[in-house]
Structure formats: structure tokens, C-alpha cells
Design a protein around this ligand. Structure first.
Ligand code: Q46
Ligand code: ZN
Ligand code: ZN
Length: 329
């Protein structure tokens, strides 16, 4: 049996990118160190800040919330009911259970109750890709809730795999504007809090292991809208590279940040923020109604559209196997 690099006791995990094995205690310690390093290196927040963690019920966001509390930070949760069929219902259940078991504060927004829309319906009626409608909705609600309750920082559970996959996609398309803004920290703007990604030095597999070792129940299924999408394809490609060349993913993304940091910081510092005349959220352009308000205005009167209607054949098969075949799902 392999031994822990730090103490020589039996190991519970091998981490090829560190070329080492670890016991539970020293693996958790390594995760805490990587978290701290990201927080300090990018000056994300300190013990005085009030942090709002966007939690989805998945391993990354629950692990992040757990780690921040464990490290003594003041962190509350925000769960958004996106209306993505049974997936959303199940993710709400595990998120609430996590908060209740630990006596933590969880804010909740149900998109349909609060704004009369859900992600599948908004995507279908507006012709937007589901993740695009979802992304702009989440960004809007993160800002709105953080500013309503006066949080200093909004933290999301994006990990190294996520960020490397986004970087890979942006690089394949040479999307310079996105590359210039792919930062683990977006500074606060006009009363809207800072946004941070404290897990950028930790992988998806490490976060799953964190949850298992800490006894955290999380929703294992991916969001059905993600099945077969480009982003997952980029992750698969990077995993294949990582397999033969451990550490490639980290050096690709963290190397990018190291070299591009001055360019990125300058780009995000000068992003314009003009309030939307309808909801007050920051938008890029003066006098224009923001994308979220336009989405609500154009789709809130529509009949709900089931998730299955938005899925391609392959995704529908996976979805049916996970959640059943009823047409109203
Ligand atoms: S929840 Fe939303 Fe993700 Fe589902 S619809 Fe896409 S963006 S995949 S993180
Ligand atoms: Zn050990
Ligand atoms: Zn608006």
C-alpha cells in the first residue's frame, strides 16, 4: 500500500500532479494550503470581510463553503432555484440540508417565484443557449443579493478544471476580450461587491475527495444542460493531456495567470459599470436596460418549457437515465 508523503501512514489518495500520495489528514491540509495561497496571492478577502458563497449543491461550492467556515471566515450561502427540473429540486434539498446540519445562514431565491421565469423557459423563448441565459441570470442575482445584504465579496466554486477548460476554449478561439478578463478576482464596482474564485488552485477530483473525507453529501449528477456541451469536451481533452503529463492543467492555467496578471488586472479595473435604469444592476452601457431585465420582460409571461425540450438526443438519453422519461420534466 502506498504511504503518505508527509507522515508515512497509509495513503487515501494519490495526486499525480504533486507526484505524491497523502493520508486523509495531510490531504485536507494540502487543500487548505492551496485555498489560502489563492486567497492571499490574489488578495481575495480577509477575516473581516462578509462573504456570500454561491452554492449549487455540487461538490465544489459545498466544499468551498465548508473550507471557508473551517478556516474561520464569515461565510453565508446563496442558493438560486434555477427551475432546471428535478436537478434543481434535488440540488436545493442537499444545499438546505448542508446549511441546516451546520447551522449556517442560507439565502434562497427561486427564479420562478421571484421573477416569473426559469432557465429552460427563458432559454427556449429567447433563443439563447441555456448556459448563456443561466449565466446572466446568476450574475444578476449574485450581485442583487450581495448588495441587498451588504456582503463584501461573492465567492463561487469554480475550480482549476473549470478555469483551465474556459482558458482552453478562449485560446482555441483566440477570444482576446475574454482572455483579458479571465481573472480569479473581479474588483467591486459602484456598490457591487467583489467576485472571487478561491478554488482556482484545486481540482475537481480533489474537491470530490474533500467532500467524501468531510462527510459532505452533494449532488453527483451534472446539470442536464451541460451534458455533451463544449465546456465538458474541453475538460475531457485536458484530462487526456493530464493523464500522460501530470501537472499540465495547473501549469497551463496558473502559468497564464502569472504571465498575464498585469494585463488582466488592468482590463477588469477599467470595465465600465453603469446602473440598469430598470433594476439598478451594473451594465456595460449607459441608459440601456440590462440583459437580465430584457430576458425577464421577454419570457416571464410564457408557459413553462420542460428541460427535455432543450436537450439533444445524446443529452436526452443521459437525462432520462438519471431523472426518468416523463415528458413534463
Ligand atoms: S447550471 Fe446553468 Fe451551469 Fe446548468 S444551465 Fe449551464 S450554467 S450547466 S454551471
Ligand atoms: Zn499523512
Ligand atoms: Zn436590469
Amino acid at each position: 500500500m502506498s504511504k503518505c508523503r508527509s507522515c508515512g501512514e497509509p495513503a487515501v489518495i494519490d495526486l499525480a500532479r504533486h507526484n505524491a500520495n497523502f493520508c486523509a489528514e495531510h490531504f485536507l491540509q494540502l487543500c487548505r494550503r492551496q485555498l489560502r495561497k489563492a486567497i492571499d496571492e490574489f488578495e481575495m478577502f480577509d477575516e473581516n470581510d462578509r462573504i456570500l458563497v454561491a452554492v449549487s449543491g455540487g461538490k465544489d461550492s459545498l466544499a468551498l463553503w465548508d473550507m471557508l467556515i473551517d478556516e474561520g471566515f464569515r461565510a453565508d450561502g446563496l442558493y438560486i432555484g434555477l427551475g432546471i427540473g428535478d436537478y434543481s429540486d434535488a440540488s436545493g434539498v442537499v444545499t438546505r440540508a448542508f446549511a441546516e446540519q451546520r447551522g449556517l445562514t442560507l439565502h434562497e431565491v427561486d427564479l420562478r417565484e421571484a421573477h416569473g421565469i426559469d432557465v429552460p423557459t427563458a432559454a427556449y423563448r429567447s433563443g439563447r443557449a441555456p448556459c448563456s441565459a443561466c449565466g446572466l441570470t446568476k450574475r444578476h442575482l449574485f450581485d442583487a443579493v450581495a448588495s441587498e445584504y451588504g456582503y463584501d465579496v461573492l465567492a463561487t466554486g469554480h475550480n482549476l478544471d473549470d478555469e483551465a477548460a474556459v482558458l482552453f476554449g478562449n485560446t482555441l478561439r483566440w477570444d482576446v476580450e475574454y482572455l483579458r478578463r479571465q481573472a480569479p478576482v473581479l474588483p467591486s464596482r459602484d456598490g457591487f461587491g467583489k467576485k472571487v474564485k478561491p478554488l482556482v488552485r484545486l481540482t475537481e477530483r480533489e474537491m470530490a475527495a474533500w467532500c467524501i473525507l468531510r462527510g459532505i453529501d452533494y449532488i453527483v449528477e451534472e446539470c442536464p444542460m451541460a451534458i455533451g456541451n463544449r465546456h465538458l469536451g474541453y475538460k475531457t481533452a485536458l484530462n487526456a493531456i493530464e493523464e500522460t503529463s501530470p501537472g499540465s492543467k495547473a501549469s497551463f492555467y496558473l502559468g497564464f495567470l502569472e504571465r498575464m496578471r498585469p494585463v488582466i488586472e488592468q482590463a477588469v479595473a477599467h470595465d465600465p459599470a453603469v446602473p440598469c435604469p430598470s433594476c439598478g444592476s451594473p451594465t456595460g452601457r449607459s441608459g440601456e436596460i440590462c440583459a437580465f431585465c430584457r430576458l425577464v420582460a421577454s419570457t416571464s409571461e410564457s408557459e413553462p418549457v420542460p428541460v427535455r425540450m432543450l436537450l439533444g438526443k445524446q443529452a436526452r438519453n443521459v437525462f432520462d437515465a438519471q431523472w426518468g422519461t416523463s415528458n413534463d420534466r
